[in-house]
Design a protein around this ligand. Structure first.
Ligand SMILES: Nc1ncnc2c1ncn2[C@@H]1O[C@H](COP(=O)(O)OP(=O)(O)O)[C@@H](O)[C@H]1O
Ligand SMILES: [Mg+2]
Length: 390
């Protein structure tokens, strides 16, 4: 039995994959209506930091794994010390929970990261002054980031000048949010390298190009603009990190392509939105390989099953309507694999994704966007090659 802390769409798709292997999954869900909890009766209700319910989860499963990073590492350490199989381990998970720790570890290992500084709330100099010190070396604009609990761009604040930085610092200080500052990278495009590891083997999927709008992933394309040389170096970085931290399970490494180099932006130590294409587009999906890895079963091939794959995220339309009411339009698009997560529809909320696989890049993108549009998702004006997806 696999226990998952959290019950969102990642848990839901993990259950779908585990189910095919006859592997049961039990969830710790905050709500009985969570995307994952809807498709299984094996659900414990509680917060991811509810020690009592975490112990109950541990008692029911052979290994404990995670759907998100909103966890209490210190609490989980006591579980690990008591002999609970926590996968990935707590020290590895720290890389996904705390961006400042992740940056320090990557920089110490000599890996390429953007120039940054961790702001120190105990320093007598105000946070805004610490940002100004950083700016006096690297200039403006900069990016301020919450080092914990951010996702989908929540917790990422581009700032163009000292006044904007001071206002973000004041708000973060009032809310007790730990901050880091980094240069605003002139990004050519973003990419993601997905790996899976258990003690005896590490495998990397082909690298994808990802498109974020306001910090939210809208689209991924395999291989997109990722050149073979870039893919090789991104995969090597991801494998190096996975081996160095003793990863068990799936990890996504988000990277920025800038000029001739790639920089590591952040890590997610779990199945990730940038890996949704693997469900239909590769021999073994990220969800199946995550289950295999945490149970120490042989990993499946991470080869692509098609030359080109596009995945487009589905968001709640502005009128708040439910995309599931428009399923027929999306299913009418040839080859569209539609995934709706069963989440309560809200304008702008990520509710699903569509994947199309094939032999031609603009064709798969075009069809994936067509299906997403049929579900009520708008094509953002900044999505590149928009003309191709009309
Ligand atoms: N230093 C930076 N320079 C330019 N853009 C950035 C920088 N950091 C983040 N971004 C943009 O914001 C997005 C979200 O930032 P990220 O650190 O990945 O936070 P999250 O945890 O919300 O995914 C990135 O995918 C990228 O588009
Ligand atoms: Mg990110």
């Amino acid at each position: 039995m696999v226990g998952i802390v959290g019950a969102g769409q990642l848990a839901r798709m993990t259950i779908e994959a585990a189910s095919a292997l006859g592997i049961p999954v039990v969830l710790l869900a905050e709500e009985p209506t969570s995307a994952g909890a809807q498709i299984t009766s094996r659900v414990l209700l509680g917060a991811p930091t509810d020690a009592g319910q975490l112990w109950a989860l541990a008692a029911r499963c052979d290994v404990m794994t995670f759907d998100h990073e909103h966890i209490d590492l210190e609490m989980l350490t006591t579980f690990e010390e008591a002999g609970v199989a926590v996968r990935p381990g707590v020290e590895a998970m720290r890389m996904g929970v705390d961006k400042a720790h992740m940056r320090e570890t990557l920089r110490a290992a000599g890996l390429p990261v953007a120039q940054y500084a961790v702001l120190d709330p105990t320093d007598p100099r105000p946070l805004a002054t610490q940002v100004q010190d950083f700016a006096s070396v690297y200039g403006w604009p900069l990016v301020l980031k919450a080092s914990r609990d951010g996702y989908d761009g929540k917790g990422v604040w581009p700032v163009a000048n000292p006044a904007a930085a001071a206002s973000v610092c004041a708000r973060a200080e009032a809310a007790g949010i730990p901050l880091m500052v980094e240069i605003h990278v002139p990004i050519d495009f973003e990419l993601s390298a997905l790996v899976v590891r258990r003690a005896s083997e590490t495998r990397a999927w082909p690298v994808v190009e990802t498109t974020q709008v306001n910090g939210v992933c809208r689209e991924l394309v395999m291989p997109g603009q990722v050149t073979p040389a870039m893919a090789t170096s991104a995969q090597a970085l991801a494998v190096q990190i996975a081996d160095a931290i003793g990863l068990v399970g799936v990890m996504a490494v988000e990277l920025f392509a800038t000029g001739d180099t790639v920089l590591v932006n952040e890590l997610a130590l779990r199945p990730h939105n940038s890996g949704h294409w693997t469900i239909e587009g590769s021999v073994t999906s990220q969800f199946e390989n995550h289950v295999r890895a945490v149970l120490d079963l042989p990993l499946g091939s991470t080869e692509a099953a098609f030359p080109h794959v596009a995945t487009v995220n589905v968001f709640g339309p502005a009128d708040g309507s439910d995309p599931s009411g428009r399923l027929a339009g999306a299913l009418a698009v040839e080859g569209a694999h539609v995934h709706l997560y069963g989440k309560e529809p809200r304008a702008g909320r990520k509710l699903g994704h569509v994947t199309v696989c094939g032999a031609d890049q603009s064709d798969v993108r075009n069809r994936a966007w067509r299906a997403a549009r049929a579900l009520g998702t708008q094509v953002p004006t900044s999505v590149s090659g928009q003309a191709a997806v009309r």
